[in-house]
Design a protein around this ligand. Structure first.
Ligand code: FES
Length: 101
């Protein structure tokens, strides 16, 4: 199990290894749009992982390709729909802009 913390709201949730980061964010009460349904096609689930990157699976080629098309990405960017918990570290995620409250 890992603890997911959503910032800036400070919401937390205990998450099992193998669980989707996108689903965990939604379960924790985070607001995140996912119009493509988790296919790494829309970029709506872009978040910053500010701590515990090793607590998530590695970036896939499809995720990397989509991230390259988005504005405002950085070294901490992930598509939540493409990341699963590994159970090895707690994870802190920063939700972006209007979706952060
Ligand atoms: S939900 Fe569309 S890219 Fe993640």
């Amino acid at each position: 199990m890992s603890t997911l913390t959503l910032m800036p709201a400070g919401l937390t949730l205990e998450v099992a290894a193998g669980a989707s980061l996108l689903q965990a964010i939604l379960d924790a009460g985070g607001k995140l749009v996912n119009p493509c349904g988790g296919g790494a096609k829309c970029g709506g689930c872009h978040v910053f992982v500010t701590a515990g990157r090793k607590g998530l699976t590695r970036v896939t080629p499809a995720e990397n390709a989509k991230l390259d098309t988005l504005v405002g990405i950085g070294s901490k960017s992930r598509l939540a729909c493409q990341a699963q918990f590994t159970g090895t570290e707690d994870v802190t995620v920063e939700l972006l802009g209007a979706l952060s409250g």
